[in-house]
Design a protein around this ligand. Structure first.
Ligand code: CA
Length: 355
């Protein structure tokens, strides 16, 4: 479910991701294009393992001293073995079959990266995000079917996709029924040229492409988390649970995440208190002290997206981080596709059981 994406950093390495409503922490690898990414949000995760990358005892990858010296705003994720992916009836094909994976310990941002944090990065570096750059036709052409005619110059302007909803029930398979390309939309004007960030400094930054998330992470001295790290972290110690907080979507009626209530995409009853994005950290954190691991805005991960990732490792009793294994086993000289898709995790305020 394409939606907003956000950044969450992890130390030494960091991670991001996203989930749909019915999805549990880390249930899916959603795809993304680097440049023309609709409405991303940032979330960075950083890691401080620094050693003992694969010693089988991931809880020891940081010394007691390092864990005591908690980086500001980050939570220690102890690492360990877990069930990655899901065979749940609501899971998608690209998250099956579930298989055992081991990740070392690392630090991860407790909250998604906010507009205020991203603004500081931009102010200090002068960085211009993908959505703020006019598309380059030569670059775009490489991502389109051969022979696609060049659009008029007036259409080749900076902008991004914006969720606009609908007046009534529509075909959910056609994103064009409720998303719209808006010139001038960017992280500064996330809903289009007439919007702004007034009073939204503590909201997750959105309209951020993967390369923007990586640039932010580098500036912050962190990195995006791998998908395995993100998913391990999102589960908060509840291996195999449907949601980061347990099995019930709303235990005792309590909203645990910012999702879409009502009928998507035309009637939002805001039962969870928020019709759109919520400030970061409004719901109960998971077992590792991480907020918004489901809902609100999607998180970017470091990994290239592969729909067959889980199937590749299905026969192994337990494996290390698939991202590292794939990178290590890439044939020499292998070229990457013209468009590299990246993983997002966590879902957004647009996630609904029907979508
Ligand atoms: Ca909501």
């Amino acid at each position: 479910m394409a939606a907003k994406r956000s950044i969450r950093l992890a130390l030494t390495g960091a991670a991001l991701g996203g989930v749909t409503l019915a999805c549990v922490a880390g249930c899916e690898g959603e795809t993304h294009r680097t440049a023309t990414d609709p409405t991303p949000t940032l979330a960075l995760a950083s890691q401080n393992d620094g050693n003992a990358a694969d010693d089988g005892d991931s809880s020891s990858t940081a010394t007691a001293e390092e864990r005591t010296a908690r980086p500001l705003g980050m939570a220690w994720i102890p690492g360990g073995e877990f069930e990655m992916g899901s065979d749940d009836v609501v899971s998608r094909l690209n998250e099956r079959p579930a298989h055992r994976v081991r990740v070392p310990g690392f630090w991860m941002d407790a909250r998604q990266v906010t507009n205020a944090q991203f603004a500081q990065f931009v102010e200090e570096t002068g960085y211009v995000t993908v959505a703020e750059r006019a598309p380059d036709w030569e670059e775009l052409k490489a991502q389109l079917p051969p022979g696609t005619p060049k659009p008029p110059d007036e259409l080749l302007v900076a902008g991004s996709m914006v969720f606009v909803g609908a007046d009534g029930p529509v075909d959910l398979a056609n994103m064009g029924n409720f998303w719209q390309w808006k010139p001038g939309a960017s992280w500064r004007r996330p809903a289009g040229p007439d919007s702004d960030l007034k009073g939204k400094g503590d909201h997750p930054v959105v309209q951020v492409a993967w390369e923007d998330a990586v640039a932010y992470a580098e500036w912050a001295g962190k990195r995006l988390p791998t998908e395995a790290e993100w998913e391990f972290a999102a589960r908060g110690g509840r291996d195999g649970a449907r949601y980061p907080w347990g099995e019930e979507f709303r235990p005792a009626g309590a909203a645990m995440a910012n999702t879409w209530d009502g009928d998507f995409p035309y009637r939002n009853t805001s039962d969870d208190g928020f019709a759109g994005l919520a400030p970061v950290g409004q719901f109960v954190p998971n077992g590792y002290g991480l907020y918004d691991m489901a809902g609100n805005a999607w998180d970017w991960c470091a990994d290239e997206y592969r729909p067959d990732l889980h199937a590749l490792f299905a026969d192994e009793a337990v494996c290390g981080d698939p991202a590292a294994l794939l990178a290590a086993n890439r044939p020499p000289g292998a070229t990457t596709a013209a468009v590299v898709e990246r993983v997002v995790k966590g879902g957004s305020f647009l996630c609904h059981a029907s979508y």
